[in-house]
Structure formats: structure tokens, C-alpha cells
Design a protein around this ligand. Structure first.
Ligand SMILES: [Zn+2]
Length: 178
């Protein structure tokens, strides 16, 4: 399996598209695509990845939160495939925090997101799920959901002062830990 990940600008034709709903979740094609997304997310050390990032314009993403050096406070979860998601409610209580993206390498930006969201989606076993997410998981869900609408986090950064390089970001995180 390859690790080819669509990159901003170069692959805008796919990244900026609106992804299509998925019909046959139990089909081999879709199950293989989910496996590829899980594999790529793990190998690229991402917290999540959306199908357009591996050149498939379909409404699927993976959430795979776990603490690492970039996000030491991220909660641990079993990776989950989120299919045909909808955000049915979002709080007007917002929070600004750092985000990065496998499709926007070496850059971090501060993005304002709702602190709490209520969502529905279908999982890979074709079960309908309703969930409420807070904090980091709400942020992760909103980031991946945006990918299905052709939106990248960088579009939501309000000021140039809120963009830093990966190296600067690591310095910020070091200061936070110390
Ligand atoms: Zn992303």
C-alpha cells in the first residue's frame, strides 16, 4: 500500500471538491477504502484522515485520537470510520486551538471551533451512530468533516499571526509542557 496523501495546491482538484455520500458500506470497495484510510492514518501518524486526502471523493473519515508529542493532551480512542456524517448541533461556545493537517505540511494554525457538537454518522458495520463530542474530539471531527466539504483548516485561520511553522509549534508545545 502506498502512503500518497493529497497536498494543498497540487491536489486542490480533489481536496476542494465536495465529497459524495457513500451507498454500499458493506461492499468490498468501501471496506478496502476504510482499511486504506486506517493504514495511512497510522503510518502518517495522523489523528484523523478523510477519504479526499487519499484521492477518493467520498464522505468517509477516520478519527484516531491518541496522545503524541504534537498533541500531548489528546484522548485515547479506538480508531473509528465515520461515514456520511452530519453535524446536527454545535455550541456557540467556541475555542481557539492549534491544528495541522497531513495535506498542509509543516504549518500549524489557530482555528476557532465549537467546543461541543452533536453528530450522526454510520460506522463501517452499517450501524447508525449518534454522538456528542467535546474539546479535542469535537475539533478533530469538525476538521475532518470540513475535508468532506472541500475546506482546509488554513481557510479558517483568522489572522496571519495565527500561523506558525511546525518547528515554531514544537517550541510552543515545549514551553507548555515545561
Ligand atoms: Zn486535515
Amino acid at each position: 500500500m502506498t502512503l500518497s496523501i493529497a497536498q494543498m495546491k497540487t491536489d486542490d482538484d480533489i481536496l476542494r471538491n465536495i465529497a459524495k455520500p457513500v451507498q454500499n458500506i458493506s461492499s468490498e470497495d468501501i471496506q478496502n477504502l476504510i482499511d486504506r484510510l486506517m493504514f495511512t492514518c497510522e503510518k502518517a501518524k495522523g489523528m484523523g484522515i478523510a477519504a479526499p486526502q487519499i484521492f477518493q471523493s467520498k464522505q468517509i473519515f477516520i478519527m484516531s485520537s491518541h496522545p503524541n508529542e504534537r498533541y500531548p493532551d489528546a484522548p485515547v480512542m479506538v480508531p473509528v470510520a465515520v461515514i456520511n456524517p452530519k453535524i446536527i448541533w454545535q455550541s456557540h461556545d467556541f475555542e481557539k486551538d492549534w491544528e495541522g493537517c497531513l495535506s498542509v505540511p509543516d504549518i500549524r494554525g489557530l482555528v476557532l471551533r465549537s467546543r461541543t457538537i452533536n453528530v450522526t454518522y454510520t460506522n463501517r458495520y452499517d450501524e447508525k451512530i449518534e454522538a456528542e463530542y467535546h474539546g479535542f474530539l469535537a475539533r478533530l471531527f469538525q476538521h475532518e468533516y470540513d475535508h468532506l466539504k472541500g475546506i482546509l483548516f488554513i481557510d479558517k485561520v483568522l489572522s496571519e499571526a495565527d500561523i506558525i511553522t511546525e518547528k515554531e509549534y514544537q517550541n510552543v508545545m515545549m514551553k507548555r509542557i515545561i
